[in-house]
Design a protein around this ligand. Structure first.
Ligand code: SF4
Length: 512
């Protein structure tokens, strides 16, 4: 049997594929070919958290539905763990990795503590490059500013590369409400747009979907064969459907990974080259820039570029690192600098360093809760460990459950390329939410009772002894019943014959 192509998981590869393209006896990884169908009847895609206005998002409920779809859960867990392992391999190839992380963290902290100066410098340099610079206090101002620019040009359609900031601003919904068509150019983001879902991951937006889910979405929206989940067929069909829209678009939009104050330019990193299409095909280019994206000098970029893709996907570089400095001849370029809560976060003593985030997704890929519950279970723009810190800064009540969706194992902090103390900030949010009375009544009462018990050693020992006796004699249904969510996926361990305390008394204290 021949070796499967590097880009295809062995499970996906059709060994009998007769349409592959070979060169020098090797099948081209990116060549048109077919991959075998996964199964006759696909498992339905579990949907994300149910949102009820301002009410707290029930992440656990949505996670339970994701876990109840075993093919999705297994695939998601394995895909993301694979990224984590690739990240580790790349990291081990760079002896100065820890120095790079420290340097990146220091550059970000320096910039954030001098943000006003660097923003002024960025604006002045961008203007002198011929770029129009706009400021937006919040999401509504951002959306209105972009709408105004499009109106001035009579633009009715906009191609756009992936940008978490625009997700934060509810940009696509706003544009739909004012009659402007937005076409996502990133493949994963386009899948999510066609499926009317938000991205579930900051780097790989459709990572929670099986390819049979994608086949179903494309069959409904761009008319592909619903029974063909061949990855090449689907990618090619999407490309064929999107290219005419890209060529006909009136305007293009990108996000921004880094905004360099010294040059007044923005840098966008992609693997599909789609930001270059968005920026270069139409004559009008608009870039949405979060104010925390500023770095002082071009030389600093090298530090972040070395860390970003290695941390995100375990690859040495993104395929494209594009610099946009000024409008091309006959064109127009606009930068919209957006605050949307960032200044307020900068003033939060415990949480301001979350602004260092470069959105690599490494903390999500390593998080056991995220990997098994899917990004849409968080019901927020940002999911995974970084989301647990950022989301409550937007709305503490709505996202009050999120900081509890963590084991606090610290793996997120260990992999973060800019050294954010993520798990410590998650823990701080828990305390903060209790102070703000934003935790559920039952949890509050239970924690208070536990606190009382743990602060009195004699009562604690008596309770442990009573619990051990009770557990040994309680009928099974008392714990494992439909009303007790705890017992649904857990087994109470058998109580030990002897507690540590009594063992210590016998083996240590009595021998003194
Ligand atoms: S918090 Fe750190 S690891 Fe997580 S996305 Fe941001 S930069 Fe990456």
């Amino acid at each position: 049997m021949s070796t499967p192509p590097a880009m295809l998981h062995p499970e996906l590869w059709d060994h009998d594929d007769t349409h592959s393209i070979y060169r020098n006896g090797r099948r081209l990884d990116h060549a048109e070919a077919s991959s075998k169908p996964l199964r006759a009847k696909p498992e339905p895609q579990p949907r994300g958290a149910k949102i009820h206005g301002n009410r707290p998002v029930d992440q656990a409920e949505a996670a339970a539905r994701f876990i109840a779809a075993p093919e999705h859960e297994k695939m998601h867990d394995e895909r993301l763990w694979d990224l984590r392992q690739k990240r580790d391999r790349e990291m081990h190839g760079i002896p100065e990795w820890e120095e790079l992380r420290s340097l990146a963290s220091a550059i970000k902290e320096h910039t954030l503590t001098h943000l006003d100066d660097y923003l002024d410098q960025f604006e002045a340099n961008a203007r002198s490059n011929g770029v129009h610079v706009h400021w937006a206090r919040d999401a509504a101002e951002h959306n209105r500013a972009v709408h105004g620019i499009l109106n001035d040009h009579g633009a009715k359609s906009l191609i756009k590369s992936k940008s978490m900031l625009t997700e934060e601003c509810g940009f696509r919904h706003y544009m739909a409400s004012v009659g402007i068509e937005v076409i996502e150019t990133d493949l994963g983001e386009r899948i999510q747009q066609l499926d009317k879902e938000d991205p579930s991951h900051v780097v790989v937006p459709a990572v929670h979907k099986l390819r049979t889910d994608v086949a179903e979405v494309f069959a409904k929206t761009i008319g592909t064969d619903p029974d063909n989940s061949d990855v090449h067929y689907l990618a090619e069909a999407q490309r064929e459907a999107n290219r005419p829209l890209i060529l006909a678009a009136d305007a293009g939009m990108t996000g921004c990974n880094f905004a360099v104050a010294e040059t007044g330019s923005v840098v966008v990193c992609t693997n599909e080259g789609n930001a270059d299409l968005s920026a270069n095909v139409p004559k009008l280019h608009i870039a949405s820039v979060g104010i925390e994206k500023i770095i002082p000098r071009l030389e600093h970029l090298a530090v972040f570029v070395r860390l970003l893709s290695r941390s995100a996907l375990g690859s040495p570089m993104t395929q494209y690192t594009s610099h946009f400095r000024g409008p091309r001849e006959g064109g127009e370029m606009h930068f919209v600098l957006v605050d949307n809560g960032r200044s307020e976060r900068l003033g939060m003593a415990e949480f301001w360093t979350s602004l260092k985030c470069i959105r690599c997704g490494a903390c999500m890929n390593t998080c056991p809760v995220y990997r098994r519950s899917g990004g849409l279970s968080y019901g927020a723009t940002y999911s995974g460990p970084i989301g647990l810190i950022i989301d409550p800064t937007f709305n503490a009540r709505k996202y009050s459950n999120l900081p509890f969706a963590s084991t606090l194992n610290g793996s997120c902090s260990n992999v973060c390329p800019v050294k954010i103390n993520i798990h410590e900030q998650i823990y701080t949010w828990r305390r903060e939410l209790v102070k703000q009375h934003e935790t559920p009544f039952v949890k509050k009462v239970a924690m208070k009772a536990a606190g009382e018990l743990l602060s009195r050693p004699a009562s604690y020992r008596a309770a442990i002894a009573a619990a051990d006796v009770a557990l040994a004699h309680l009928p099974h249904f008392v714990i494992y019943n439909g009303l007790n969510a705890w017992g649904k996926h857990r087994e109470v361990p058998h109580p030990p014959k002897q507690t540590f305390h009594s063992w210590y008394q016998v083996n240590r204290e009595e021998k003194r």
